[in-house]
Design a protein around this ligand. Structure first.
Ligand code: SF4
Length: 265
């Protein structure tokens, strides 16, 4: 119904590998020439051999792996119930199959959220990522109370000069999560049940519109959706006009307004 779509992100606050129709979706996307990505992250605990085969066979573009630790002990403190060895085994299976078939896809990327309990495993994680042949990146913690303990070590190992969102914002004037607002302009976010979202972070705030009922074009042309975009592109939006819009109360928008900035694409 929307042949202009070139790429679809399949993840958001849920593990895509738990969806029993995932393999069918991958082959359908391949048939339609649509790239599939999972940049929002997969914990990669439950991926089946059939899914691994389909990932490589259909050329699934890229997956960010949410692995915040380099041992079961640290990993399972945040990824509760997760099995670190199982994740590593699944990563190896994908990498081996890619090698065997000469495929570049899916590109796997290790994402490591910085937390007090995993700080000292950064070096080990880097070594493991190099052995697996995948890049690793270190992500800011969304918890505003996080205070890095081993600052010098983290800076040396990650190359970062700011270690928290607040430190980044103080230097760059806006939050590192500012780019999230791009989604409402160029990557519309649709919840699994069809509800239109402003972006991946606002999974409960919708525009009272269901894409599966009205279609994507009508959804992105709906007055409330357009109003939210106008609000984001205004430095000091009028509360009377925009105060009820989905993005109004979002901390990302407020921080930007406090810094005297409007969102720019
Ligand atoms: S202002 Fe907040 S809710 Fe709105 S798009 Fe940006 S990050 Fe998402």
């Amino acid at each position: 119904m929307n042949p202009f779509i070139k790429e679809i992100e399949l993840s958001n606050y849920g593990e895509m590998f738990l969806n029993p129709e995932l393999v069918d979706m991958m082959y359908y996307a391949k048939e339609k020439g649509i790239n599939l990505i999972c940049y929002n992250g997969a914990n990669f605990n439950t991926v089946t051999d059939e899914q691994i085969h389909a990932l490589v066979d259909t050329g699934f573009k890229a997956i960010v792996l949410s692995i915040d630790g380099a041992s079961q002990e640290s990993y399972s403190q945040y990824r509760i119930g997760g099995n670190f060895d199982k994740v590593m085994e699944n990563v190896k299976k994908v990498q081996n199959l890619k090698k065997k078939t000469g495929s570049k896809f899916p590109e796997l990327k290790w994402q490591y959220i910085l937390m007090e309990h995993n700080e000292l495993e950064i070096g080990k994680a880097k070594e493991m990522a190099a052995e697996l042949g995948i890049p690793i990146s270190f992500k800011y913690n969304w918890d505003e109370n996080y205070e890095p303990v081993h600052r010098e070590y983290i800076m040396k190992e990650t190359g970062k000069t700011q270690l928290t969102e607040a430190e980044f914002a103080a230097v760059h004037e806006v939050s590192p999560f500012n780019g999230l607002c791009e989604q409402i302009f160029i990557r519309p976010q649709i919840n699994w049940d069809g509800r239109m979202l402003a972006c991946c972070t606002r999974r409960y705030a919708t525009f009272d519109i269901n894409v599966f009922e009205v279609g994507l074009i009508e959804a992105i042309r709906s007055p409330k959706y357009i109003e939210a975009k106008e609000c984001l592109m205004t430095v000091h939006p009028d509360k009377e006009k925009y105060g009820s819009c989905t993005c109004w109360d979002c901390p990302t928008r407020k921080k930007r307004e406090n810094a005297g900035l409007a969102f720019k694409l």
